[in-house]
Design a protein around this ligand. Structure first.
Ligand code: NAP
Ligand code: ZN
Ligand code: ZN
Length: 346
C-alpha cells in the first residue's frame, strides 16, 4: 500500500514529501495508522549523514504511536483499533544469544532497525515513522495504555527506553548520586526515571536557562558545566553519570566528577569520538560504558511503568511540514523537550 511520508533524499537537502510503498500485511504483521512520531536527534544525525552509514531516500522516525488497522492471519497479540507503539527496531534474527535473552538491540545476526536499515532479507530498505502507515511484525510492536497522554508517549519509544534501560541495568536507586549530562529529549526522560527510582539527581547542562526546568522535572540539583568552579566543586562526587550529549564534549572533564568505582555511561553519539585519558579512569578507579535502547520485553516493562506512574515526555507538537524547522531548533537546543509530529494535522 501507498503511505504518505517525508524523506531525506540526500544528506544535504531538506526533508520533502515522499510517497512510499509499504509491504503487504504478512501472517504475523500488523498494519498501523501512525498518529504521532517523536523527533529524535538520531533522526538528524542519520538524515544528515553524520554517522557515515546513511542510505537514501530515508524516511526517519522511530518514536511511533498509532492504531492497528489490519491484523495478519496468524497475528494474535493485537486487534484492530488497539493503540500501539513501535520504537527503533522492527525485527532481528531471533536465534542468537542476544535475541534469545531479550536483548534484541544487541542482535549478533541482523538487526532490522526501523529506518536506514534493511529487513531480515538484508535487501529491502526499512522506512520509519514520518509517514502515514507502517507494517511491522507483531513481535516488535508494543502495547500503549490509552489512559496516558498518547502524543507524549511517542518519545518513550526511544528517548524513554534508552534512558530507562541503563538506569535499570546498573540498578540505580536510593542512595545513588546520579548526574544527567545534557537536558534534551533523552536527558529529560533520564531525570524523570532516575527520580522515580529514588536517586539524588543533578542535571549537568551547558544551558543556564534550563535550571528551572530541571527542578520542575524533579532534579534535586543543577550544575552548569561551562562554569569551571562548579565542575571542580563536584570532583569525585557522582556514582553514575548518564551522558546524553549529541555534540562533541570533553569526557575527561565529565569523568573527573565521578567517584571511586563510579560509572560514566554513554548513550549520546557525537559525530567525533572524544579521547579518554587513561588517568581519567585510573585515578580513582572509574568505568566508562555504553548502552543502546532496550529490548522489546524491557520496552514494554518501561511503558507499563510509565502508565503506572503517569510518566510521559514533555512535548512540543508540530505538523509534518514543519520538520526542517524543527531539526534546526533541536540543533540550537531550542526544544522543550521533544518535538512530536502530529501526522493527522494539516
Ligand atoms: P537533544 O534533544 O538534541 O539533546 C542533546 C542535549 O545535549 C542538548 O539539549 C544539550 O543539552 C546537550 N548538548 C548538545 N550539544 C552539546 C555539546 N557540544 N556539548 C555539551 N552539551 C551539548 O538530543 P537527544 O534526542 O536527546 O539525543 C541525544 C544523543 O543520544 C544523540 O546523539 C542521539 O543520537 C543519541 N541517542 C542514542 C541512543 C542509544 O541507544 N544509545 C538512542 C537515542 C538517541 P544542554 O543544553 O542541557 O547542555
Ligand atoms: Zn532515537
Ligand atoms: Zn539476533
Amino acid at each position: 500500500m501507498k503511505a504518505h511520508a517525508y524523506a531525506a533524499l540526500t544528506a544535504t537537502t531538506p526533508l520533502e514529501p515522499f510517497e512510499l510503498e509499504r509491504r503487504g500485511v504478512r501472517a504475523n504483521d500488523v498494519l498501523i495508522e501512525i498518529l504521532y512520531c517523536g523527533v529524535c536527534h538520531s533522526d538528524i544525525h542519520q538524515a544528515r549523514g553524520e554517522w557515515g552509514n546513511s542510505v537514501f531516500p530515508m524516511v526517519p522516525g522511530h518514536e511511533i504511536v498509532g492504531r492497528v488497522t489490519q491484523v495478519g492471519a496468524q497475528a494474535k497479540k493485537f486487534s484492530v483499533g488497539d493503540l500501539v507503539g513501535v520504537g527503533c527496531m522492527v525485527d532481528s534474527c531471533r536465534t542468537c544469544s542476544s535475541c534469545k535473552s531479550g536483548t534484541e538491540q544487541y542482535c549478533l545476526g541482523h538487526l532490522s532497525l526501523t529506518y536506514n536499515s534493511t529487513e531480515q532479507d538484508q535487501k529491502t530498505p526499512t522506512q520509519g515513522g514520518y509517514s502515514s502507515h507502517i507494517v511491522v511484525d507483531e513481535s516488535f510492536v508494543l502495547r500503549v495504555d490509552p489512559k496516558l497522554d498518547v502524543k507524549a508517549v511517542a518519545p518513550l519509544l526511544c528517548a524513554g527506553i534508552t534512558t530507562y534501560s541503563p538506569l535499570k541495568h546498573w540498578k540505580i536507586g536510593k542512595g545513588h548520586r546520579v548526574g544527567v549530562l545534557g537536558l534534551g529529549g533523552l536527558g529529560h526522560m533520564a531525570v524523570k526515571f532516575a527520580v522515580a527510582f529514588g536517586a539524588e539527581v543533578t542535571v549537568i547542562s551547558t544551558s543556564s536557562a534550563k535550571e528551572q526546568d530541571a527542578k520542575r522535572l524533579g532534579a534535586h540539583h543543577f550544575l552548569l558545566s561551562t562554569d569551571q568552579g562548579q565542575v571542580e566543586a563536584a570532583a569525585c562526587s557522582f556514582d553514575f553519570i548518564l551522558d546524553t550529549v549529541s555534540g562533541s564534549h570533553d569526557l575527561n572533564a565529565v569523568l573527573g566528577m565521578i567517584k571511586l568505582d563510579g560509572n560514566l555511561v554513554l548513550v549520546g553519539v557525537p559525530t567525533e569520538a572524544p579521547p579518554v585519558h587513561p588517568f581519567s579512569l585510573i585515578m580513582p578507579r572509574r568505568s566508562v560504558s555504553g548502552s543502546a535502547i532496550g529490548g522489546i520485553k524491557e520496552t514494554q516493562e518501561m511503558l507499563d511503568f510509565c502508565a503506572a506512574k503517569g510518566i510521559v515526555s514533555d512535548v512540543e507538537m508540530i505538523r509534518m511540514s514543519q520538520i526542517n524547522e524543527a531539526y534546526d531548533r533541536v540543533l540550537k537546543g531550542d526544544v522543550r523537550y521533544r518535538f512530536v509530529i502530529d501526522l493527522k494535522a494539516r
